[in-house]
Write a protein that binds this ligand. Sequence first.
Ligand code: MG
Length: 248
Amino acid sequence: MINLKTPEEIALMREAGRIAARVLQELEQALAVGVTTAHLDKLAEKLIRSLGGEPAFLGYQNFPASICTSINNEVVHGIPGLRRLQEGDIISIDVGVRFKGYYGDAAATFGVGAISAEARRLIQVTRASLERGIQAMQVGGYLSDISHAVQSFVEEHNFSVVRQYVGHGIGSQMHEEPQVPNFGRPGRGPLLQPGIALAIEPMVNAGHYEVKVLEDRWTVVTKDGSLSAHFEHTVALGEEGPEILTVL
Ligand code: MG
């Protein structure tokens, strides 16, 4: 069942989303060769709490950190630790914030120093595929219109969308119905109505779409070792169209 949000609920999600966006902005500024992902995690936790939020990922299914940091061939759910960023790395940072019982969830991929032309193109295409997905979230449309918009854009650019992990409804729970795949034919699934709130999050691989989970039981990597990027916004549908909540 899809839980439609009231304007009051959306207002709280806007606050949670603003904090998540602020964290991504600050972490981007902190990226540098030699910085550990654990340092980024500590910065994120401090900032979230100082802005009146709580880190939603910390302790979620026993996840040990406030953000996910996924580097290069890592797709999502990387655990911050002692790994130091290197020149040419790309890092996907995913952050979840709870504010007064409501959630915001956002992710972005950044380059560290000078990155390869392929990495740059992957990041651009993944970011643009999220924009396409958001534009496809319209009253009277169907959920899979979003999925189709993301997939078709990514494949036009000869990259692939991950199948095994998907976006999700969001609100007073971080993960609510419906699932939001980044692939599929348009015109299917639930009708999009005002009050629906979704975390739309394309995960895009430079190579094949297949992924596997490492022995730490969290980190998802590409099976073929290719680079992967991830962008995510929490978006609410209003009468006039989609509103991105994870913005400053
Ligand atoms: Mg999410």
